[in-house]
Design a protein around this ligand. Sequence first.
Ligand SMILES: Cc1ncc(COP(=O)(O)O)c(C=O)c1O
Length: 331
Amino acid sequence: MIAKSMIDLIGNTPLLELKLKKSLWKVYLKLEKFNPGQSMKDRMALNMICKAEQEGKLKPGGTIIESSSGNTATGLAFLSAIKGYHFIAVVDHHASIDKIKIIKAYGGDIVMVGSDKKADEVAVVERENKALELSKKIPNSFVLRQHENIDNRGAYVDSLAKELINELGEINELYGAIGTGGSICGTALGLKKYGSKAKINAIEPKGSIIFGGQGGPYFQSGTGNPPDAEIPPIIDYSLIDKNFYATDKEAFNTCRFLAKSLGILIGGSAGGVIYKALEDIYKKKNVGVAVILTCDGGEKYLDKIFDDDWMKSNNLIDEKIENKLSKWLEV
Ligand SMILES: Cc1ncc(COP(=O)(O)O)c(C=O)c1O
């Protein structure tokens, strides 16, 4: 296919098999970093914009405003460039410098909030309040509100889920990160729609409170829900079979191991999902097919996860994680 626009290149991302030692499970990574904005959030950015246009909420030449940790904003920024909208991303210090530079490269503007927060605290509430405040001041502007926008979740039904069914047929376990819940709940809805009986596993950072765990700070970017933020209403708990908590150490040491041993450069939330998925699969006595959704690439986190000094100064290096991974994975 010859694409007519970058929009045509959203979706149909590659699957990569992870070879496991002493396990009959087939495990596949869905590599969402191969979307044009380098994350799965391109899918929902496109769907939210198209639906807002159809409903007349977004008018030609208008301004899109969104609170984002960076990936949704990147998708919205490049789509705004193509569609002629002005885009403002409201971000906090958790957004990596590289993500901010990418948004600016597409012509987006950045509004930074939460400067009084500590390095491992997220400022979701401040971000959302700022986005609403801006929309009141800027004429012909619209806040997409990914946390409560049903078109975030709906984006994955006929794209990601359908792709997985077409590519793999039967799937027994699906593992993915949960933040707004759009990707895991939308993919779950799609798998059900297309007749799959896959069990759905949601992974959040330790410290995130989506499944009621003890709240606390965490460094994993984009995923989870911090203790002071309202649980996104688009999360449908009835779609999730099991939930897990990934520590920053589990997430980041997995990313580093996969980069160095298999040449797979993925972001922090994906590292956490892969580690918890492998831990879970190794407890299973049966045989099956598992898909692990990896939200984005490691290129956006070179100054943190892949920076030895940053990892050491935050006491995040843990050789036990790498030892476990080398027992589980064929490298
Ligand atoms: C890196 C990363 N991982 C995971 C998620 C969570 O995805 P969702 O909001 O679809 O639950 C996000 C969302 O922004 C993200 O940016």
